[in-house]
Design a protein around this ligand. Structure first.
Ligand SMILES: C=C1C[C@]23C[C@H]1CC[C@H]2[C@]1(C)CCC[C@@](C)(C(=O)O)[C@H]1[C@@H]3C(=O)O
Ligand SMILES: O=C(O)CCC(=O)C(=O)O
Ligand SMILES: [Fe+2]
Length: 386
């Protein structure tokens, strides 16, 4: 199975006229609803089946873990360690996030994504930026377009930051204030959950509980709302192609419609939805923080012909001035040092402007840095040292 191919160019597709760029096209409003436009069709090597074996993923009871029960802490850290070395994904339950609040967020998502295009476009994400609304990315990628719409918001750790709410008000207007409040509340809750997750990860790696808690204390994260419309030919498209998240740790909430799939040992598996649980994925930045000990989770999302699907991802990201560098203890466990030191905006910039995130983003980033390309941007970067 080919997983590592770079799947699209970064330039705008040449077969689109200016009017089409940024517009929503069939089956999202065109005349022939049953015909999938060519630039949404993924080649056979990416063939997406809905019927796959279910991956055996550990479920961690966070309340029990936080209570400090010694034998449970040992069991939870062992399970997480095993999962993150193997495929980079696990579930958490009893996580302290109010599920009714998540329900309100999903209601807002339903309301938002079913609004007319011109309303959603008020929050249009500009090429090269990380926040706002976008559909299909056809101003950004030339082929293998994702069958989805997304709305991304900035979530900074400071409790009093109202970045998400302010953004919704500024772009969509006061009639969306309840959306802004719901997304803001959700971002704060997922930030708190993120703190518990990185404590768990610190312990499972055999370093202190505080190490990553301190590192991500002032995180500058992204809350992303994903909406996957139905498709008459779901087997030829992908909601999201195979990739690892370039971010550090992803907290994902799925609605009851299935679609998430994960690759482990070159084999694709499904991850059934459980709205009571959160899915935790390791991303590239956490892989570099562990010197490669924890694997970035290779995943994708398929769509179906019956039900539109929603998911919500909180991408935990370091603050923009933090240097991403694995601690010596972890380098000693798995020498030599494998990644250059960098700041998150460098990797973000590469994925927004120069490289489409796929299963190979971190290696591409390493090469990009080693070739000195990253130096053009003015950010600090240093070569890896053993
Ligand atoms: C910083 C980010 C870029 C993406 C959103 C967040 C974290 C995950 C990235 C993404 C989801 C990886 C798959 C491809 C992508 C283009 C997408 O399908 O949305 C990526 C996001 C993006 O670049 O907008
Ligand atoms: O929708 C999903 O289940 C996965 C979404 C995803 O991978 C992403 O937003 O990065
Ligand atoms: Fe992802």
């Amino acid at each position: 199975m080919a997983l590592n191919g770079k799947v699209a160019t970064e330039s705008a597709p040449s077969n689109l006229n200016e009017e089409m760029k940024g517009e929503y096209r069939p089956p999202f409003g065109g005349s022939d609803e049953s015909k999938v436009p060519e630039d949404f069709i993924w080649s056979e090597k990416f063939e997406a089946s809905e019927l796959l074996p279910v991956l055996d993923v550990p479920t961690i009871d966070l309340e029990k873990f936080m209570s400090g029960d010694k034998s449970y802490v040992e069991e939870a850290t062992r399970l997480v360690d095993e999962a993150c070395r193997q495929h980079g994904i696990f579930f958490v339950v009893n996580h302290g996030v109010d599920i009714e609040m998540m329900g309100r967020v999903h209601d807002c998502m339903n309301e938002f994504f079913t609004m007319p295009l011109d309303v959603k476009q008020r929050a249009k994400r500009k090429v090269g930026e990380s926040y706002g609304y976008t559909n299909s990315f056809f101003g950004r990628f030339a082929s293998n377009l994702p069958w989805k719409e997304t709305f991304s918001l900035r979530c900074v750790a400071a409790q009093n930051s109202s970045a998400a709410h302010d953004y919704v008000l500024d772009t969509l207007g006061p009639s969306f204030s309840h959306h802004g409040k719901a997304y803001q509340e959700c971002g704060i809750a997922l930030n708190e959950l993120g703190t518990k997750i990185v404590e768990l990860l610190g312990l499972s790696l055999g370093i202190s509980r505080e190490y990553f808690k301190n590192f991500f204390e002032d995180n500058d994260s992204i809350l992303r709302l994903n909406y996957y419309p139905t498709c008459d030919k779901p087997e030829v498209v992908l909601g999201t192609g195979p990739h690892t998240d370039p971010t550090s740790v992803t907290i994902l909430h799925q609605d009851p419609v299935s679609g998430l799939q994960v690759c482990s040992n070159d084999q694709w598996y499904s991850i059934p939805p459980n709205p009571e649980a959160f899915v935790i994925n390791i991303g590239d930045t956490f892989t570099s923080l562990t010197n490669g000990i924890y694997k970035g989770c290779i995943h994708r999302a398929v769509v179906n012909s019956m039900n539109a699907r929603k998911s919500l991802a909180f991408f935990l990201c370091p603050s923009h001035d933090k240097v991403v560098r694995a601690p010596e203890e972890l380098v000693e466990k798995s020498p030599p040092r494998k990644y250059p030191d960098y700041k998150w905006p460098m990797l973000l910039e590469m994925t927004q402007k120069r490289y489409r995130p796929d299963c190979n983003t971190l290696e591409a980033f390493k090469t990009w840095v080693q070739e000195g390309k990253a130096l053009d941007t003015g950010s600090t970067i240093t070569a890896p040292s053993a």
